[in-house]
Design a binder for this molecule. Structure first.
Ligand SMILES: O=C(O)CCC(=O)C(=O)O
Ligand SMILES: [Fe+2]
Length: 197
């Protein structure tokens, strides 16, 4: 596991965008995907807003995904496995990089065919607690023809990342603008933020 954590952290240090292709094991990814599928089938997903708790705007011209927050209180074995993995990652990150992360939040995200999330920054202007953005993908057999790439807007170049199964992407929430390009297939992921304060 340490090797995979270092793969994510080292590529972050080198390129401002960390990528680890097998951050989630195949079995954990498939179990989390089953959870998300059943949330979808039982209409438990909420249309995603933008902005923080006091100022949430539901604008489907800006983003058209639906979400559901993970929580240890659900007593779901796979959500708990996921949080155990994140706890180990945060402990490793704090120990090796002195990041001082004290909390986190993660939600499932479902992007139906034809959906997207326009260019944005993840850190809210009136709340700087989100330090690092972290996304994990749950899509098997994804090709670039399926669309739905995560596009990172670096100052001098754009980087497109294919949302393939088990991959994690990690970057600083206040720094990098990014967007989800139009997806031609239903696209599933878990997105979250490592926080301070
Ligand atoms: O799913 C992705 O690739 C990125 C999602 C995102 O930018 C967000 O939820 O803030
Ligand atoms: Fe984002």
């Amino acid at each position: 596991m340490q090797t995979i954590f270092n793969e994510l952290i080292d590529s972050y240090i080198d390129n401002k965008v960390g990528i680890a292709t097998d951050f989630l094991s195949t079995s954990l990814a498939s179990n989390l995907k089953s959870n998300l599928t059943s949330l979808l089938e039982t209409n438990q997903l909420l249309s995603a807003g933008t902005g923080n708790d006091t100022e949430v705007v539901h604008n489907t011209l800006y983003r058209s995904d639906s979400i559901y927050w993970l929580d240890r209180k659900h007593n779901d074995p796979y959500e708990n496995d996921f949080f155990d993995l994140i706890d180990r990652f945060v402990e490793h990150l704090n120990r090796t990089c002195y990041t001082g992360i004290t909390g986190y939040e993660f939600h499932y995200a479902f992007y139906p065919s034809g959906s997207f999330y326009k260019k944005h920054l993840d850190q809210f202007r009136n709340n700087p607690s989100r330090q690092y953005s972290m996304i994990m993908y749950l899509n098997t057999n994804w090709t670039s023809a399926d669309g739905g790439q995560l596009r990172i807007h670096n100052t001098d170049h754009k980087q497109d990342i294919i949302p393939t199964n088990g991959k994690s992407v990690f970057f600083k929430s206040s720094e990098l603008e990014h967007e989800v390009l139009l997806t031609n297939r239903p696209r599933m992921s878990i997105t979250g933020w490592l926080k301070v304060g």
